[in-house]
Ligand binder design. Structure first.
Ligand code: GDP
Length: 297
């Protein structure tokens, strides 16, 4: 990885400081400067970094250096722990209805991996949770999105419902609900249209679908490779639709996860899954400790 890891940076910063072995306000400030730089390099939003560093400082000043740790190790540990807190719950999962049909609406910008993630989640729920899943092709905007979902569905042996590209997304969703009920499906996942940018037409369509389906979950796919824009996009989706979970995609790239940290911190929406490849099996439950390691570098 091109970045110098935070622990390396802190160790280096601490070596240059006289009176090694003791944590003082002065060397603490030097170390926090490294923390700040490192997080900004990892693409964490400026405001998030600012409050994060203040928080770490407060925690560090209030703590004795543990015998086994030197001050830089201690700061790394506090940073790691705080990252984990900020990244949120270990066990955030899809909330299934106790009985009957659970509905999940997948939303996100075009190209973020929404269609792929719909199939991955279907596959996961079918295999690990023994759900009877129906995938619904409501992206009638992007050419080939329907066929893409059908091909994915075939590969995981999950039925895909479509009314074709001529039928509106909302009408497709309406018919899919009746179809799923008839066949006693207990999980229905709606793949919806994205756009390159958020626009009113997209949000109106998603809102109409939401009103009709009243989904148990609205999951937003966020592409880890997107820079700071990711925060604006996620905020907008969340304000308009009240997103219930995040799916971070393309974590197999070299993104360090700073964008995700910003989104998580600003929207307060939990991360449910991490997608880390193009194959249907490339989906993991979210582990905040691993993500904290990755952000630290
Ligand atoms: P949508 O427009 O949001 O539905 O996006 P797609 O699901 O069609 O994905 C866009 C592209 O990203 C496709 O080429 C996918 O194979 C690819 N893709 C999706 N998720 C991942 C991922 O986690 N890692 C990688 N490397 N590629 C992904």
């Amino acid at each position: 990885m091109a970045f110098e890891s935070l622990s390396e940076r802190l160790n280096k910063a601490f070596k240059n400081i006289s009176g090694q072995g003791k944590l003082t306000e002065k060397n603490m400030n030097d170390m926090l400067k490294e923390v700040r730089m490192s997080l900004l390099e990892a693409d964490v939003n400026y405001e998030v970094v600012k409050s994060f560093v203040e928080n770490v400082k407060e925690k560090a000043l209030g703590q004795e250096v543990l015998d086994s740790l030197n001050p830089s190790q201690m700061v790394v540990k506090i940073v790691h722990d705080e990252l984990q807190v900020l990244l949120g719950e270990e066990d955030a999962r899809i909330h299934f209805k106790k009985q009957g049909m659970t509905t999940v609406m997948m939303v996100g910008l075009q190209g973020t991996g929404k269609t792929t993630a719909s199939a991955k989640i279907a596959n996961y729920c079918k295999n690990k949770l023994a759900r009877r899943v129906l995938l619904v092709a409501c992206d009638v905007v992007r050419p080939a999105a329907i066929e893409q979902l059908q091909t994915l569905g075939k590969s995981i042996d999950v039925e895909v419902f479509t009314c074709g590209p001529e039928t509106s997304a909302v009408e497709t969703a309406r018919q899919a609900l009746a179809y799923a009920k008839d066949r006693q499906k207990d999980l229905v996942i709606f793949d919806t249209a994205g756009r390159l940018h958020i626009d009113e037409a997209l949000m109106q369509e998603l809102q109409q679908m939401k009103d009709l389906v009243v989904p148990d979950e609205i999951l937003l796919t966020v592409d880890a490779m997107t820079g700071q824009d990711i925060v604006t996009v996620a905020k907008e989706f969340n304000e308009q639709l009240s997103v219930t979970g995040l799916i971070v995609t393309k974590m197999d790239g070299d993104a360090r996860g700073g964008g995700l940290l910003s989104v998580r911190s600003i929207t307060n929406v939990p991360v449910l899954f991490v997608s880390n490849g193009e194959k249907v099996d490339d989906l993991e439950e979210f582990h905040p400790d691993r993500m904290a390691d990755r952000i630290l570098g």
